[in-house]
Design a binder for this molecule. Sequence first.
Ligand code: ADP
Ligand code: MG
Length: 370
Amino acid sequence: MKKFISAFLAAVVFIAVLSSFSSCEKNEEKEYFDANFIAMDTAVTVRLARNSGKKDGRKIIYFDDAYLNEIKQNCADIAKEIEASLSRTIDGSIVSYINKETDCVLDIDGDFISLLNESFELSENTGGAFNITLGTLTELWNITGDTHRVPSAEEISDALSHTGNDKITVGASDVKKSDRKLKIDLGAIGKGYALEKITEYLESTDVLYGLVSFGGNVSVFGSKEIKGTKDEESQKYKIGITDPLDTSKVVGYVYIDSGYVSVSGDYERYFEENGIRYHHIFDPETGYPADSGLSSVAVICSDASTADALSTALFVMGYEKALDFYKSEKYDFEAVFTKKDGTTLLTSGLSESGMFEEYVEEPAEPANTD
Ligand code: ADP
Ligand code: MG
């Protein structure tokens, strides 16, 4: 029996804000304004602090819904604009031009070129585990589309023959391909990239603090210190990491006051055939969904596109290789790994810092035998 679960509205990471929804002494307004929109096939939630300041122990201005709605709309516009250039399926996107059977695409904007260069650097540094040239392969499998199926070994090896960083060259404003059939897929970095641009925008507004959840990517911005407390713990947000074995639960919580958390897992976008789960994170060497023993990887990092790309790459590597990669200190990050057997493992910086709290199920109430 085939089963397909769309990730359309599912969130990989859910947010539990420590001091959520505290109300004002003067009126019943909430501390946060929450708004949602859809971009890149993903539900995005923006949570913005309403208070603009504090004087003599009283919050002095509250942003009203109209103002915060405008900010949310600007966030949605940023995401839409990025989607319009990064999407494989939107006609006229830069990616769709590069993916045509062509030798060269000219006049590409600087931001896109920078993202490509960053992607190729991440690819090199992860030993190819993160690979944006897998377009022919991801299109063949079409995991998230209606026509998903398990391709033949010949089809997979043919698709793989049109992948590889050596078949594409990035210039100052152009991209050249030595294999016309090569296609790029920025699915593993695009949401992180968009999240970073949205967060940078939010930091430039009057909103003092808040967070954004973009599918499996979360950002925390600003400073909660304005609330008048110097208590470090209360500045932090509590980010729940979904349990891949039971998505109604969490494996634990990450506590951060700034930066990004990105999760990649095998439980969101997949289909099943003959009892085998075929998910959307591919091993670029085999052409099949990565079978590394992991079910999910959460990466905590001060850079969003790095967090997004690394969560995908570490998933492909598997725990042991990912740990070697962590120890190489090529990137400054921490990670939470959940294996297929449900074991959760942490990088040393995370376990030593106390930034992670494992979820412990409350013991069930003893049955009343009276
Ligand atoms: P999600 O998109 O659910 O947040 P990821 O960030 O892990 O998950 O990205 C997975 C997407 O990235 C896939 O849908 C595919 O488009 C692309 N992809 C799959 N495998 C790789 C890989 N090894 N390297 C780079 N991109 C990949
Ligand atoms: Mg990713």
